[in-house]
Design a protein around this ligand. Structure first.
Ligand SMILES: Nc1nc2c(c(=O)[nH]1)N[C@H]1C(S)=C(S)[C@@H](COP(=O)(O)OP(=O)(O)OC[C@H]3O[C@@H](n4cnc5c(=O)[nH]c(N)nc54)[C@H](O)[C@@H]3O)O[C@H]1N2
Ligand SMILES: Nc1nc2c(c(=O)[nH]1)N[C@H]1C(S)=C(S)[C@@H](COP(=O)(O)OP(=O)(O)OC[C@H]3O[C@@H](n4cnc5c(=O)[nH]c(N)nc54)[C@H](O)[C@@H]3O)O[C@H]1N2
Ligand SMILES: [Mo]
Length: 759
């Protein structure tokens, strides 16, 4: 079977380059939206579907986790949200005939783009041991196969239950309940690859691993620092919030190795101004080196400490712990070292300080640019120090704003999708359901891969996602997954994980967000939690892609009945009939969900409590907000090497590739590109348009090579390079992870460029 990363068929990857744009959204985005949607859905369905995204009676956009504004426009969707919807609501279908025509070995040679473009999965299918094709299977038989393999394990801890962040609260709650009644906490999820570093840092310092701001806080802030995030592509609706903040007088600092178009200027298609020039968003652009953020915030903290009257002494005295030690360490911050770590100038940092000191209310927003480094957790802790110093936690217009990825990734964690559950959560489960959940911690994603590799895990079950493509070290991960006895994917669309299988494999097709979910108890809705802790209902409107689909809750309930049989204490049948009964249990188990069914029925849903935000109460080990002190770290680059970040283009949703353009960065018709600063390129002797292999350097001596990338001279920070994920995941070593959170360090990979043989 092909092990090589497949080429980007059907279109030969042939990038053309025009250079970065300086504004995002506007009329071209609207045109792109409609064109992309109509290609998948046709004109009528496009209109029907897009009009019910994020409306009170409609479905939650399966794109990002950005919250909904209180006054919704008729078209509360963005270009990339529309693409996410069109991917799901497409009229193309993957049927049993498709699998008969394409053996698994053939699927394994196809690109992720090609696989995704084939359309929605229509039937449960099974790959028997030694088989070459997936073949149709009944749901009963499929659940029987899972039960057989789970029953053959010597311990439930040999099973892994992965979750991607689109799963609803109801499905997530049922799924973790099933895994725990079976007897394992092996619940790795995409969060392990994503915002785990934020959760780790915030739980320790503030006592709650979530953001502390609501949308109205952004509108009221004096200063918003956006670090390590590209909202123009990944959270386009955030640009409207930034625009509104600007109109109210806020300043915006953007901290990024790349000048991202969306942060420069926003043309809001829903306002008259947006039809012309739009709004300039960034007041100060700090073009930082990859991994330089901790050093930057450390020096800013020193400068704040040295400014008379700048520290909010009352807040520090009343609410915090660890100030003295932190202040001692911060005072040692060194200008020279900071300039080297960040690549910034003295003037840059002095200007940033001036904006900080001139602002009463400060918010820091961030995403993957801060969470996917070895020292991500201390970096985010340093940001907490920065905010605590001036009392910017727990008052309007101020706080921490980790901007989440998947539309319900935060809710899934709230529902107990976590390999290290809090004892209080397990106690509540035990009390409610009367079985003793396992207490030992389970595997996160990286540990799950090692367990598969080492033969310690034998059944891999995925509730959504694309495990082999999203995970690091593609070759290691794929070889590990192939050792499994059974791999099972609950999926809407085909992806590479279906072609890299255990001895036996199942694909269980499921309903998407956009589709009507009818159970024995009538039409159902589900709920989700956005990035700011707002919970609301989501109701699909479209006819399901096929009559053979089951909803995610139904799949879990039926599987649990089949696997656990008479020994289960859980009323799975009732839960499947009526999701309201699941919400009644969530209300009794998860704090903040009291009276869930009644409150979620209100328009707009409700906000979960957040003690630091609401009452300046910090449920940490010390009972206060913790300042922390850690040594400053930043990546050191050997001579002749570059530090590579693996990031998203404008035409993808994680491993789902919508198209081959990255419009705002001026790249078209290809994904195998590497962005290199022209001065570095000159020093390394790589011409614009030449082809190179990216070769990873990591102390284990294993050669990790991503062949055939077109060099693009691009204004990124010196010493840094950028290329798209998942094509470059082959370069991220499994063991290169963040301290504490164990998130793969996919934004700081040391590489050398070699003349390409394949170009
Ligand atoms: N359309 C679309 N929307 C999405 C997604 C998608 O793939 N497509 N994915 C969703 C998911 S799951 C997530 S987690 C989010 C991801 O949202 P983002 O975090 O915006 O995604 P990335 O493309 O990884 O971009 C990382 C950004 O951080 C910058 N950066 C990288 N390293 C550093 C650093 O060391 N310091 C600083 N200051 N900046 C750095 C990069 O230049 C880039 O601008 O988006 C979500 N929304
Ligand atoms: N190198 C590198 N690696 C990364 C990242 C990076 O920046 N760089 N980012 C990481 C991040 S932030 C994340 S979140 C992960 C993402 O990791 P995952 O969440 O595992 O990956 P996705 O590509 O979002 O999953 C796409 C698949 O989900 C399925 N799907 C879509 N909708 C539904 C649904 O409603 N139900 C079900 N059951 N299935 C559905 C479809 O089959 C689709 O093919 O990747 C991580 N990997
Ligand atoms: Mo993510």
């Amino acid at each position: 079977m092909a092990r090589k990363p497949p080429a980007s068929d059907p279109v030969q990857d042939a990038p053309t380059v025009t250079g970065p744009k300086h504004a995002a959204a506007g009329i071209p985005a609207v045109a792109h939206t409609l064109r992309a949607a109509q290609r998948q859905m046709g004109v009528r369905r496009t209109a029907l579907t897009l009009l019910s995204v994020n409306q009170e009676n409609g479905f939650d956009c399966p794109g990002c986790a950005w919250p909904d504004p209180e006054h919704r426009h008729t078209a509360e969707f963005c270009e990339n949200g529309a693409k996410a919807v069109a991917e799901e609501a497409t009229l193309r279908r993957v049927t049993p005939e498709f699998f008969a025509a394409h053996p698994v070995a053939d699927l394994a040679t196809r690109s992720g783009y090609w696989l995704g473009q084939q359309g929605r999965l229509t039937h449960p299918v099974y790959l028997p041991e030694g088989g070459e094709h997936y073949e149709p299977v009944t749901w009963e038989r499929a659940f029987g196969i899972v039960a057989e393999e789970l029953g053959a394990l010597s311990s439930p801890d040999e099973a892994l239950f992965y979750t991607s962040g689109r799963t609803s609260n109801e499905a997530a709650f049922l799924y973790q309940l099933f895994a725990r009644e079976l007897g394992t906490n092996n619940l790795p999820d995409c969060s392990n690859l994503c915002h785990e570093s934020s959760g780790s840092a915030l739980t320790e310092t503030l006592g709650v691993g979530k953001g502390s701001v609501l949308l109205e806080d952004l509108h009221r802030a004096d200063l918003i620092i956006v670090a390590g995030q590209n909202p123009g592509t990944n959270h386009p609706r955030m640009l409207s919030a930034l625009e509104r903040a600007k109109a109210n007088g806020a300043r915006i600092v953007s901290v990024n190795p790349l000048p991202e178009a969306g942060m420069e200027r926003f043309r809001n298609p829903q306002t008259p101004k947006g039809l012309t020039r739009g709004t300039a968003l960034t007041d100060l652009f700090l073009q930082i080196r990859l991994g330089g953020d901790q050093a930057l915030f450390r020096l800013l903290n020193r400068l704040v400490l040295e400014t008379p009257g700048a520290v909010d002494e009352e807040f520090v005295r009343e609410h915090t712990h660890g100030y003295e030690e932190f202040a001692r360490t911060a005072r040692e911050a060194d200008w020279e070292e900071t300039l080297a770590a960040t690549g910034l100038t003295r003037a840059d940092i002095e200007e940033a300080l001036r904006l900080v000191l001139g602002s009463e209310r400060i918010i820091v927003c961030w995403a993957m640019g801060l969470t996917q480094h070895k020292h991500s957790v201390p970096t985010i802790r340093e940001i907490v120090n920065f905010l605590l110093l001036r009392g910017n936690i727990g008052r309007p217009g101020a706080g921490v704003c980790p901007v989440r990825g998947h539309s319900n990734v935060q809710g899934d964690r709230t529902m107990g999708i976590f390999e290290r559950p809090a004892p209080a959560f397990l106690d509540a489960l035990e009390k409610e359901f009367g079985f003793a959940p396992p207490r030992e911690h389970g595997y996160d994603v990286v540990r799950a891969i090692r367990a598969l590799r080492d033969g310690d895990a034998k059944v891999f079950f995925a509730m959504g996602g694309n495990f082999v493509s999203a995970s690091p070290d593609t070759e290691v991960t794929e070889a590990a997954v192939r050792r499994a006895r059974l791999t099972v994917h609950v999926s809407t669309k085909l992806n590479r994980s279906h072609a890299v299988t255990g001895a036996r494999a199942l694909i269980l097709p499921t309903l998407g967000r956009t589709e009507r979910d009818v159970q024995a108890g009538g039409e159902q809705f589900v709920t989700v939690e956005d990035s700011m802790g707002m919970v609301h209902a989501s109701r699909g409107r479209l006819e399901p892609a096929s009559p053979h689909l089951l909803s995610e809750p139904a799949i879990v309930c039926r599987l649990a009945r089949r696997v656990l049989g008479g020994r289960s204490r859980v009323p799975w049948e009732e839960f499947e009939r009526d999701y309201g009964t699941v919400r009644d249990r969530i209300a009794r188990v998860v704090p903040g969900f009291e009276d869930f069914n009644a409150r979620v029925a209100r328009p707009g849903g409700f906000a979960l409590p957040h003690a630091p935000r609401d009452e300046r109460r910090f449920p940490t080990a010390t009972g206060r907000a913790n300042f922390t002190a850690a040594p400053v770290e930043y990546p050191r680059l050997p001579e002749g090497r570059l530090l590579l970040q693996t990031l998203r283009s404008h035409d993808q949703y994680n491993t789902t590739i919508y198209g081959l353009d990255d419009r705002y960065r001026g790249i078209r018709n290809g994904r195998r590109v590497v962005l290199v600063n022209p001065e570095d390129a000159g020093r390394l002797g790589v011409a614009d348009g030449s082809y190179v292999d990216l070769v990873g350097e990591w102390p284990d001596g294993v050669e990790r090579r991503a062949p055939g990338f077109r060099v693009v001279h691009y204004p990124t920070a010196r010493g840094c390079a950028a290329a798209y994920y998942p094509e470059t995941n082959v370069l991220v070593p499994l063991d290169a992870t963040a301290d504490t959170s164990n998130t793969p360090a996919s934004k700081s990979v040391v590489v050398r460029l070699e003349q390409s043989a394949t170009g």
